[in-house]
Design a protein around this ligand. Structure first.
Ligand SMILES: *Cc1c(COP(=O)(O)O)cnc(C)c1O
Length: 367
């Protein structure tokens, strides 16, 4: 069959849809999911909430999801100690959609989005899909942000959006408060203004002493801090992401969102899960310990492991990383072949899953 003559945008021609392989393997440590399924108590509350929502499904949902925004603000107060108004919170179907909203509102043709690689591979896709010019500077050797590079790139490219993941994916490294403040200062100097997005998808896993950019919101109306229920909350399947920002910034997102983008079922599920935040935060504590133990184990075996404030570890370096990845897969352990050449990324699973990972790696890499 010959390809039909569809008027596809030229920049999309020949592209494959993005996504990690979804393979049926016993030990899945490749997409930074929470390895623990929701508890029976969470499942029961979610089921009750969905049943109640189902009774009203003939109606469109609350377009501005006021109750969910109030609950998210209360959660952020508990988690980070930062007091926010519901009008400072926004949510969508995953933080991926939240960030697409940001690019729809603040990017667009003739505008530039800037980030620093290696970083999340979806950022250039939001830029492409909103016809925003994409520019990536480089992170330093230790994956920190070099402030001279930030200054140089910002002055040269005058971005309207800067995207920074902290903790960063795939490296796991978080940004110190001073670095985020320096980026905000550079953004303030961009003629026409610049929105700084700090993507804290892994924020809950940060080590003691690592700050959240939520603390800087009060002084910076052009700052947006994105979070998600996909990782720490163990709710990847529900597709709920959110952000905190100034009310003016949130108002701009309300203009570009599709009507009723967050279904009544999604809102109900998210609110039910938020009611169990205490239990879920205890689980995050266990995952952080397993993460620190994994970093220590990799280093004790003579490998390099990047500093991690997330629920995954970037480690290496291997002359042939693909062979190591394949060897692990042959032993039933799926990790991610990503990041700079020679590195691999493993998500933190249950203690049993991490034992399987260690045993397989000892064999494959001859440790
Ligand atoms: C996983 C991840 C997200 C979250 O995506 P959702 O759409 O909320 O599931 C966002 N940013 C980064 C850097 C991630 O790794």
């Amino acid at each position: 069959m010959t390809a039909p003559d569809l008027p596809l945008r030229p920049e999309l021609r020949g592209l494959e849809p993005y996504g990690a392989p979804q393979l049926d393997v016993p030990v899945l440590l490749n997409v930074n999911e929470n390895p623990y399924p929701p508890s029976d108590a969470v499942v029961a509350d979610v089921a009750r909430a969905v049943e109640a929502a189902a009774r009203g499904l003939n109606r469109y949902p609350d377009r501005d999801f006021g109750a969910l925004r109030t609950d998210l603000a209360a959660y952020l107060l508990r988690e980070s100690g930062v007091e926010l108004d519901a009008a400072q919170v926004w949510a969508a179907n995953g933080s991926n959609e939240v960030m697409l909203h940001l690019l729809q509102a603040f990017g667009g043709p003739g505008r530039t989005a800037l980030s620093f690689a290696p970083t999340y591979s979806m950022y250039p896709e939001y830029a492409r899909d909103t016809a925003t010019v994409w520019v990536a500077g480089r992170r330093a050797e230790d994956f920190s942000l070099d402030l001279d590079e930030v200054e140089r790139m910002t002055t040269e490219h005058r971005p309207s959006v800067i995207l920074l993941a902290s903790p960063n994916n795939p490296t796991g490294t978080a940004l110190p408060r001073g670095t985020v403040e320096a980026v905000l200062a550079a953004a303030d100097a961009v003629p026409g203004g610049c929105v700084v997005v700090v993507d804290e998808a892994y924020g809950e896993f940060r080590r003691t002493g690592t700050p959240s950019a939520l603390e800087l919101l009060g002084a910076h109306p052009n700052l947006a801090v994105a979070r998600t229920m996909s990782k720490a909350f163990g709710l990847a399947g529900a597709r709920v992401g959110y952000l905190a920002a100034s009310p003016a910034l949130v108002d701009a997102l309300r203009v570009v969102r599709l009507p009723y983008h967050l279904s009544a079922v999604t809102q109900a599920v998210a609110r039910a899960a938020l009611g169990h935040a205490t239990e879920l935060m205890a689980q995050v504590g266990a995952l952080r310990e397993e993460r620190d133990a994994t970093v220590a184990w990799l280093r004790a075996r003579g490998l390099t492991a990047a500093e991690s404030d997330a629920n995954f570890v970037l480690f290496g370096r291997f002359a042939d990383r693909h062979a190591v990845w394949q060897g692990l897969l042959d032993r039933g352990v799926l990790i991610r072949e990503t990041g700079p050449d020679g590195w691999l990324r493993v998500s933190i699973g249950t203690p049993a899953e991490m034992a399987a990972f260690r045993a397989a790696l000892v064999e494959v890499a001859g440790l």
